[in-house]
Design a protein around this ligand. Sequence first.
Ligand code: FES
Ligand SMILES: [Fe+2]
Length: 388
Amino acid sequence: MTAMYHRLPVSAYTSQDWFDREQALIFSRSWRYAGLAEDVPEPGHYIAVQAGLNNLFIVMGRDRRLRAFHNICRHRGTQLIRAVGKSQKALTCPYHDWTYDLEGNLVSVPDEAREYPGGLDKSCLGLKPASVDIWRGMLFVHPDPRAPGLAEWFGAVDPHLGPHKSDQLAEYPEARQTYEIKANWKIVVENYIDVYHLSHLHANTLHMYDHAKAEYGWKGPHYHFWEPPSAAYAKDLEKNLPTPRVIPQPHTGTWVPMLFPGIGIGASEDSWNLFIITPLGPKLTRVENRTKLASASEWEFSKQAWSSQGFWKNFGGPKYSGSDASGEDDPMASGDFTAEDIYACEQQQKSLQSPYFEVGPAAAGESPVIRHQQAVLDFLAAQETPAP
Ligand code: FES
Ligand SMILES: [Fe+2]
């Protein structure tokens, strides 16, 4: 049996050239997560998102339809709107006050008669449309107004993602966070889908699931993963869940897919989490987390917390402690699996600049890492090949 070898050169994780190619050919030509459906709940609400080289926004029209546009004023290109906003009847560019309606039509130009004495055909100067779609309670945008929908893009992997109905769950705002990791986005993805590290880096933090029984695979560029609860956790599972169930019995386990490019979901018996990866530079990546829990009463949450106390008080702990730990804020002494992952990604990235770095053979549990590298290569190659 021969060992598997990595498919990407070190420069794929360090160079501006690779970063620019991926921005142009992957993140500008695929569906990008923009938010949750409830982020744009009413006419006039909007949300902007960077999708590779494109800044796009979604707005709900007076007809309650969602539309996506390129966030580019048709006059001199200024970005029309910022981040998230609401309750505007029209979208006015800050530069010269050109104003568009919620359906993207240019409706007013200040001093039009004086400034454009030869006339101005406003009907040709509407905002350029993009695509928007909803899938599993999430909003996605695509820069191409003719992009095939999400049912096609995620169709093959969808049946492997678990029975969660995320649009029926309630966001837990305290868990919403954004942070930066000093590593290439593919290092962050590879860590997410590395099955080998689960029992090692997270020896004390994720052992409520049985990694030896993990089932995982690919549908096109999308990765799916499921593993059952460990024997100790499963023994009294209904009692041990920290928060009320979000999927019906007898479903158990955790589903942790990584959809292309960089859209992670972590969904278990009692929670649904998003892990959205955005490349910021060759060695810098932003991660956004959002969490949804059962739409249940405070009393039900307290009851479940109380019943699971016995299990969780004996669970977990730092991987390093005492003289192995470097200090109080050592991520390896945190007992927090996210801190462990960030630490591993950043330490790995640091070594990539050494002329002595040489990647070793990949283990069986790292086959997803290799497969993701191939997915990146395949996507780039498909975009670089001119259409017949
Ligand atoms: S650039 Fe938008 S109105 Fe001039
Ligand atoms: Fe991890």
